[in-house]
Design a binder for this molecule. Structure first.
Ligand SMILES: C[S@@+](CC[C@H](N)C(=O)[O-])C[C@H]1O[C@@H](n2cnc3c(N)ncnc32)[C@H](O)[C@@H]1O
Length: 223
């Protein structure tokens, strides 16, 4: 007998996340959409094994990626996103007016109406990551590193994020090949790539780089 389309499936409890109306979400920038296909690929495989994901985002800005995670992969009360941001912008944002950034992030998250826990840690990533390590917090399935783009800061974020990652977990390093400087004038100390390369080289026996994904972000998996 064909199943009624409307009949609830008692085996499966689904938490509906009410889609926020576009008018309720306020974003001025989109630095995230280009990474959605890769995140979708990685997280959908992960979610098959781990239904309640624990995610750490280092650098959230207005919450575009956080909202996407809440709408697509963190729909249950047992899912968690820890969101770290200074809410002051990086050096590359010095011409932006960011006075209300934290409030804007919080409003966007509230508009999604997800039951998942969003734990906002405002402050410098190095301080907040050290705090998480010291708290001996439960480790994370997926970590996005997208805060300061200065090489020294990215290196610190990478080492601490790796400490907080589960075995089999994935770190997404944003802006691996980003440079705002004219070709030939780049200073690697002001870009993420030198730090990500140093980190992946030194940790090469503890991780693998995920192959066949677009290189704008670099994805590593912990052995
Ligand atoms: C490129 S934006 C993040 C974008 C976000 N992941 C997205 O996809 O929409 C970088 C963010 O990192 C934050 N940031 C920059 N340097 C930081 C630092 N040292 N510690 C914490 N947050 C920082 C900025 O305030 C900004 O919100």
């Amino acid at each position: 007998m064909p199943k009624s389309k409307n009949k609830p499936n008692p085996q499966k409890t689904e938490f509906q996340v009410s889609p926020a109306k576009p008018s309720e979400l306020h974003f001025t920038q989109d630095w995230f959409s280009r990474s959605i296909p890769s995140w979708q690929f990685i997280l959908s495989r992960m979610a098959q094994k781990t239904p309640h994901l624990r995610i750490l985002e280092v650098g959230v800005f207005e919450g575009r990626s956080t909202c996407w995670l809440l709408q697509n992969f963190c729909k249950t009360p047992e899912s968690t996103i820890v969101a770290i941001d200074s809410f002051q912008g990086g050096i590359e944002h010095k011409n932006m007016e960011l006075g209300g950034l934290k409030k804007q992030f919080e409003n966007n998250i509230a508009s999604i109406g997800s039951p998942a826990k969003v734990d906002v840690r405002a402050g410098l990533s190095i301080d907040q990551l050290c705090r998480l390590v010291a708290e001996d917090t439960e480790s994370f399935d997926f970590i996005s590193v997208d805060a300061s783009h200065q090489a020294a800061d990215v290196l610190g974020d990478a080492v601490l994020a790796f400490q907080l990652l589960k075995r089999g977990g994935v770190i997404a390093f944003d802006d691996y090949i980003w440079s705002p400087m004219r070709p030939g004038t780049e200073n690697p100390l002001f870009l993420p790539k030198a730090a990500i390369d140093a980190f992946t080289t030194i940790y090469s026996q503890k991780l693998r780089i995920l192959p066949n994904l677009p290189l704008y972000q670099l994805y590593i998996q912990k052995y």
